[in-house]
Each structure stands twice: as structure tokens, then as C-alpha cells.
Design a protein around this ligand. Sequence first.
Ligand SMILES: [Fe+2]
Length: 165
Amino acid sequence: MATKTVDKAPITSALTDSDRDTTGKVLQGALLDLVDLHLVAKQAHWNVVGRFFRDVHLQLDELIDSARGFADDVAERSAAIGVSPDGRSATVSSGSGLPAFGAGWKSDREVIEYIVSALSELIKRMRARIDETDKSDLVTQDLLIGISHEMEKSHWMWQAQLAGS
Ligand SMILES: [Fe+2]
């Protein structure tokens, strides 16, 4: 069967080319951070040890579920505005803005500190993206605000575990 090539721009939207390009770049950056968060949180889920193993192990799966769901929302928003989302592993590894997470077993405290720092960085980057989409696409901005709402709530809950310990 002959391979049929796909049009360069098969999906159209109401955005101008310039607004679509700006918004597409913002969504692509958010996608890479969220896919990386889901991968690194799984790595932590498998490698955490310590007294609070069970709590941290289970709480990581909640974070993974929300990061995966948001990555899907962001990628599909990108597709909906006509920008092909790129969630390939090589693209994630070169483009994510999250801090690195070392190999090997990690104490529960090390994991919590890492997740707090990763969420803090993610939130900073998401807030910049909210500003960037203020003029280019309010629908995407609304999605990013909703994601930031949940990520900031999660950031609070992870930080609360460090307080007083
Ligand atoms: Fe598991």
C-alpha cells in the first residue's frame, strides 16, 4: 500500500498564525515539563525507601496521575490549535526544565525535597506561560491556570510534609 503523506497543516483554528505559533511553543514547553514530571515521579515511586515509604509511594502515584492527565490535555490543546505536539523521549530529555533526579535508592525525605523543588520550578514556568498566553490565546491560558491551580495545591501538600520534621 502506498504511503500517503499528511498535509503540512491539516488542522486549522481561529487563531492567527502568529498567535498560534506563540501558543504552540508555550504548550510544547508545558508538555515536556509535565511528561518529565510524570517520568521522574515514577522513578521516585519505585526508588523511595524509609519510614514513610508507603505514604510517599502512594502520594507519588497521585501526582503521576495528574501530571499524565495534564500532559494529555496540553498535547490535545496543541493539536486543536493546529500545532503538532512532540512528546518523544529524546525531546523530553533535552527540553524539560525540571531539575535532574539522580539514580538509585532515595530516602523518603530526599524524595519529598526533590518533588517540592520540581513543583516549585514547574509552577514558576507555568506562571510565565500564563503571562505569555495573555494576548495569544485565552482558552489555552485558562487550561494553564487550571493546571497551575492543581500543581500549586500539590506543592503545598508536599511542603507540608517537610514542616516540623
Ligand atoms: Fe506502582
